[in-house]
Design a protein around this ligand. Structure first.
Ligand code: ZN
Length: 321
């Protein structure tokens, strides 16, 4: 069903839950109640809610932690997660595409699995979640994944995960019981993922991989709003410190999505800082419902041409759809 904008809509941060990951995480992955039921549904319920919002295609990704839950030697289990996802896409290729879930606790195998998923299964890239064994994604041990992504010319979607236990203890624990969102969409996820983005820019991985492509959700996790200040602070504010061209890195290597952040001021700030060609529509279903996302897009204060880029054109180019 076409949306009221008349545009094709491709949504690219749309989650599901694999039964074996659910078992491995002893029910901790995915949330509870209806959210969990929606995650597990790759059929009628999901398609009905896509249709009601005019969403034509979901690029499916596993919810945190995906294959990062598996032990370094459980590679068959990780591969099976992606094989099952490929079957889902194959059954409805006009409605679904996929990001790979990577066994990041074994980085060399994760790079190989990315290659297999892109080359053999037709996946569009990969999504990684939060910390892996307490390490951020910029850690050198994970650079083989970025090198492989660059050589395959596919993006890595850096998605939130739960904050480190020591951070929860020091920063959040006073409010967790009454306001559990402080660890997730309310605040913790944003801090975690913005930190991953900044660390990637400081790490040197973009010198090693000058064409690697990173996607951040949630309107760039606040980074577009902070770009001027980051660029100033890391650009020579302290005379003895190393400098990093933050604006150059961000506007060359990063794409952002609208997942769970349907704000006109945030969107316009992002357009002003990085241009409309790097902003892609997504919802973050089922943690966020589809209709508020597509209905918001109907009224965004942009030209019809720019709205079309966000709804489908930028995704088609970046993901080669
Ligand atoms: Zn998400």
């Amino acid at each position: 069903m076409a949306s009221r904008t008349g545009s094709q809509i491709i949504a690219i941060e749309e989650h599901y839950l694999d039964a074996d990951v659910a078992e491995k995480t002893q029910g901790r992955a995915g949330g509870r109640g209806e959210t969990r039921d929606r995650l597990a549904d790759l059929g009628e319920w999901r398609l009905r809610e896509m249709d009601e919002a005019g969403i034509d295609i979901q690029v499916l990704s596993h919810c945190p932690p995906g294959a990062q839950a598996f032990d370094p030697d459980e590679l068959d289990r990780a591969r099976a997660v992606n094989d099952r996802l490929a079957q889902t896409v194959k059954a409805k290729p006009d409605r679904f595409a996929a990001f790979a879930s990577l066994p990041l606790r074994n980085p060399a195998a994760a790079a190989d699995e990315l290659q297999r998923c892109v080359g053999e299964l037709g996946f569009k890239g990969a999504m990684v979640h939060g910390l892996t064994d307490g390490k951020f994604i910029d850690d050198r041990s994970f650079w083989p994944v970025f090198e492989r992504a660059q050589s395959l010319d596919v993006p890595i979607y850096v998605h939130p995960g739960r904050p480190h236990p020591a951070v929860i203890e020091a920063y959040y624990k006073d409010y967790v019981e009454k306001f559990p969102s402080i660890l997730s969409a309310g605040w913790g996820f944003t801090v975690e993922t913005a930190t991953a983005g900044v660390r990637l820019m400081l790490s040197g991985v973009f010198d090693k991989c000058p064409d690697v492509k990173i996607i951040l959700g949630h309107m760039g996790e606040g980074l577009p709003f902070l770009l001027w200040r980051l660029d100033m602070a890391f650009g020579g504010m302290h005379p003895d410190a190393a400098t990093v061209p933050i604006r150059e890195h961000f506007c060359k290597h990063f794409w952002i999505t609208t997942s769970g952040n349907f704000s006109n001021p945030a969107l316009l700030c992002s357009v002003m800082e990085m241009g409309v060609d790097r902003i892609l529509f997504s919802v973050d279903w089922p943690y966020v419902m589809n209709r508020p996302g597509s209905e918001w897009m109907e009224g965004v204060p942009l030209s019809a041409e720019d709205r079309e880029k966000i709804l489908n054109g930028n995704a088609k180019r970046l993901l080669k759809m």
